[in-house]
Design a protein around this ligand. Structure first.
Ligand code: CO
Length: 183
């Protein structure tokens, strides 16, 4: 695939492997679709079924955001649901300022956590679900979620950008913290 990128490979510990073998509705690492550039949405009608599928999947999780490639669709669509729920088609960060750092996780990489430095404030431009021009001024967690989801549209995963020493494996079911290794 010419439009995929090739970053260091994350090694999934045996204890955490079952979380990745679960063939649920959310695509898990290391599926190649998560490393592929998503395409601009040109047909809003065709995007509607993707958006409703994303919405229902996201509402069944504890996640605060979802990008279309995570359900197997290489389309530039994200949903963020911090405080308010936003569907954004073809999102672009128009302006950003400041820096913030917080622990992030990802529904496609269950059990992995780590700190990522992001912009504190962003101005996002895109289209609403029904094609209306959107301009969103986001800050704090809302801005972090939007940046994480837009990264997904470019094949970038949060651990690519995370402070490497801050990464760790943990989930309540397994309840054993494990250090992170790369291939
Ligand atoms: Co994610």
């Amino acid at each position: 695939m010419t439009n995929s990128i090739n970053p260091p490979e994350l090694l999934i510990p045996d204890l955490y492997a079952p979380l990745f073998q679960d063939k649920g509705e959310i695509i898990k690492y290391p599926d190649i679709i998560l490393r592929t550039q998503s395409l601009l949405v040109e047909d809003l009608d065709a995007a509607q079924s993707v958006i409703s599928k994303m919405s229902s999947i996201l509402s069944n999780t504890t996640g605060v955001g979802l990008a279309a490639p995570q359900i197997g669709e290489n389309k530039r669509i994200i949903i963020t649901k911090h405080e308010k729920r936003h569907v954004i088609i073809n999102p672009v960060i128009e302006e950003s300022s400041g820096f913030t750092v917080a622990d992030e996780g990802c529904l496609s990489i269950p059990g992995l956590w780590g700190k990522v430095i992001r912009c504190e404030k962003v101005i996002l431009r895109g289209l609403s679900q029904h094609g209306k021009e959107l301009v969103l001024h986001l800050s704090g967690t809302g801005a972090i979620v939007a940046q994480h989801e837009i990264d997904h549209l470019n094949g970038v995963l949060f651990f690519d950008k995370a402070l490497k020493d801050s990464l760790y494996w943990w989930c309540p079911v397994i309840n054993k913290k494990i250090a992170v290794e790369f291939a």
